[in-house]
Ligand binder design. Structure first.
Ligand code: 4AZ
Length: 416
């Protein structure tokens, strides 16, 4: 049956309209808030790589060695110039770090390869590269001191985080992560992941046995006395990372080279190098330490750090996580005093720790690194944990193999 259709307009209740409007406004607000956050507030990190030329320096092959005093002094001057330039510029808030990565000498001077980090919100980032370039250009024009730098030689490009990390991980003695805390080795504290990227655990039949330090992508140095019972490479593996067990990756040993003059049961010439079966790809948490030059003078009183998975007390428990302990270099004469080691410490050894005792390397730290940072904060292997009268005893500091005394021996065995 026919039924007329009456158009009934149902209007929404006011409260529902208000709710919808409120909802839409809220979503818009959130979107705008997020956009502002990501574009204008949240800082992102940007990496740059570049180079410039220092022109008034006669050719000197010492600049080719990354650990030479010449390289370190010139790099430090250039690094200071960069810090000053950026800190007094309009980019001072965005500036994080700048480093000289490498010096390349030629007949007309030295080219410095540099590496920079800045942080900036996305919205501000545009034009940052040009601004960095103009600050560096200005810096290179001002010939403060005796250096003449060529502003027209400046090159600068943005690089990815991965490439930036690759650049620093390939250089010796640089740390991506740092921590300045020490609380309790003996008297040490737990290390952060990646804090001591050259520290290795030398394992015998899968058990931590000694420490070792990575000095290239294939070689480590350790103590000769770590191979007391057997030096068959097949019995040993090497692992990295703060956790000693289970290791997060194992590397196999191809060859163990023990110092020719080392005598079992004696302390002198306590050094060995280990060649791995394969090259290790460097990464943030695994890369090499710098070796000091043979002529480098290690001054008493300087602060150093010893790291390892050794006993927390003499004949005591072993930690699972890597420990670090701050120690001081002790002069050999004091260390040879009658109440100390009574003449047993040779010139090829180095004492570090405290005459008052307490903080020290201990059993199981042997072969591991004693390192210190130079004035550019680049870390050098100055000692190898070797011997001592127990651990942390008064007047009985740790005794280390003096790496400078064996620098040429290491070069003769490894080519490094
Ligand atoms: C050891 O037995 C050992 N306090 C290592 C280092 C020190 C003492 C003993 C130094 O392997």
């Amino acid at each position: 049956m026919y039924r007329p259709v009456t158009a009934t307009r149902t209007s929404l209740p006011v409260w529902m309209i208000a709710l919808v409007v409120f909802g839409v406004l809220a979503i818009l607000g959130i979107i705008i808030g997020l956009l502002v956050h990501f574009l204008a507030v949240e800082n992102r990190t940007y990496y740059y790589q570049g180079s410039f030329k220092v022109v008034n320096i006669p050719y000197d092959s010492n600049y080719e060695r990354e650990t030479s005093p010449e390289s370190n002094y010139l790099s430090k001057i250039l690094e200071n110039k960069m810090v000053d330039a950026f800190q007094s510029s309009s980019l001072y808030r965005q500036y994080i770090n700048s480093q000289v990565i490498k010096l390349v000498p030629d007949n007309s001077g030295v080219t410095a390869q540099i590496w920079l980090i800045f942080k900036a919100p996305r919205s501000v980032k545009a034009g940052t590269r040009t601004r960095i370039e103009s600050i560096l250009h200005q810096m290179l024009k001002n010939h403060s001191g005796s250096l003449t730098t060529d502003p027209n030689s400046l090159r600068l490009m943005e690089i990815s985080k991965v490439d930036a990390e690759k650049i620093t991980n390939n250089r010796c003695g640089r740390r991506a992560r740092m921590s300045a805390t020490y609380d309790r080795i003996k008297g040490g504290s737990t290390a952060q992941e990646g804090e001591w990227p050259w520290q290795a655990s030398l394992k015998k039949n899968g058990q931590h046995y000694c420490g070792a330090s990575l000095i290239s992508d294939r070689y480590l140095v350790t103590a000769a006395h770590c191979f007391k019972k057997t030096n068959n490479p097949k019995n040993y593996t090497v692992s990295f990372g703060t956790k000693v067990n289970p290791p997060y990756m194992q590397h196999y040993v191809q060859k163990i080279i023990i110092h020719e003059d080392y005598i079992l049961g004696e302390h002198h010439d306590d050094i060995a190098v280990i060649l791995l079966t394969e090259n290790i790809p460097f990464k943030n948490d695994v890369h090499r330490v710098c070796l000091p030059e043979a002529s480098q003078i290690i001054l008493p009183g300087e602060g150093a750090v010893v790291t390892g998975w050794g006993a927390l007390f003499y004949d005591g428990a072993y930690p699972v996580l890597l420990q670090k302990a701050p120690v001081k270099i002790i002069d050999t004469n004091s260390c040879n005093a009658e109440e100390a080691y009574n003449g047993e410490v040779q010139d090829t050894m180095l004492c570090a720790g405290y005459m008052e005792g307490n903080i020290d390397a201990c059993q199981g730290d042997s072969g591991g690194p004693l390192v210190y940072p130079n004035f550019r904060n680049i870390w050098y292997l100055v000692g190898i944990v070797s011997w001592g009268d127990e651990c942390g005893k008064i007047n009985k500091p740790g005794v280390y193999t003096r790496v400078t005394a064996y620098r040429n021996w290491i070069a003769s065995k490894t080519g490094i």
